[in-house]
Design a protein around this ligand. Structure first.
Ligand SMILES: Nc1ncnc2c1ncn2[C@@H]1O[C@H](COP(=O)(O)OP(=O)(O)OP(=O)(O)O)[C@@H](O)[C@H]1O
Length: 250
């Protein structure tokens, strides 16, 4: 169910997207729209195809079929991508020998982003005190915060986060939740993948659930949970993906 008024334009459109690795369909004809003004959770068991979908959204993997439009345009047609869509992907790292500030300055320069944004985002993610330190000295949580800073650098209207809570401590997880909700409240489009059901229950307004590359649910969090008798997101998720898995043929 979609509760937003029709006047709110879709910003991220995934249309019949597929990705084949040899005989295996990692992403199988996915179609969905991610709308602004709310946090959309992207859920699915291990290997469901979430990261592959996110990589295709960002033009890092070539689809076997279908397409992705960002504000009506394909990623490769965006002149300065970081100013349209910011992303934190699993395993995306900065050069270990560079300082956090140096890394962000380089990104800003190559995307024609004003240099003052570097200090803005360092402050926003709480790394201003360690901006001169080399990335190799960073903890997992600090590295994750640096990745989030890079995603925010171009002040983009669309944000994609793949497992952003990885490495964050409880305070960091709470901070991230507030940040994501704040972006949505500003009218940005926020897509976030996670395995943490309790966290998603607190963060997401809308859910996309995938399993074996296929879309199983596209619904508000409230409707998704209400449709399940046990009434928790974790129960609803395990029930739905368990049934899909039992009936699957891959
Ligand atoms: N480069 C690749 N070559 C071959 N198979 C791949 C490649 N990348 C992903 N896959 C396969 O595609 C499927 C989907 O993987 P993907 O990483 O997108 O899932 P995911 O939902 O992000 O999983 P997780 O929650 O474990 O991160 C998996 O079966 C994976 O092994």
């Amino acid at each position: 169910m979609d509760s937003l008024p029709p006047s709110v334009q879709p910003v991220l459109e995934v249309q019949n997207l597929s990705k084949r690795y040899g005989p295996m369909l990692a992403v199988d004809d996915l179609t969905f729209t991610v709308r602004p003004g709310r946090v959309t959770g992207f859920l699915g068991p291990n290997g469901a195809g979430k990261s592959t979908t996110m990589r295709m959204i960002l033009g890092l993997d070539r689809p076997s079929g279908g397409r992705v439009l960002i504000d009506g345009v394909r990623y490769r047609e965006l002149e300065y991508p970081l100013r349209r869509i910011g992303a934190l992907l699993e395993g995306s790292t900065a050069h270990p020998g560079r300082s956090a500030r140096h890394h962000l300055r380089w990104l800003a320069q190559t995307n024609r982003i004003p240099a003052r944004r570097v200090d803005d985002v360092l402050g926003q993610v709480g790394l201003d005190g360690v901006a001169g330190r080399r990335v190799r000295e960073f903890s997992l949580g600090m590295t994750q915060r640096l990745g989030i800073a890079a995603a925010l650098l171009g002040d983009p209207p669309v944000l994609l986060f793949d497992e952003p809570t990885n490495g964050l401590d409880p305070e960091g997880i709470r901070w991230l939740r507030t940040l994501l909700k704040g972006f949505a409240a500003e009218g940005r489009t926020v897509l976030v993948s996670s395995h943490l059901m309790s966290e998603m229950a607190l963060t997401a307004d809308h859910l996309l659930v995938v399993s074996r590359g296929r879309l199983l649910a596209d619904s508000t969090l409230a409707d998704f949970v209400a449709a399940h008798p046990a009434g928790s997101l974790e129960d609803a998720f395990l029930d739905l993906t368990g049934r899909a898995s039992a009936g699957g043929d891959r």
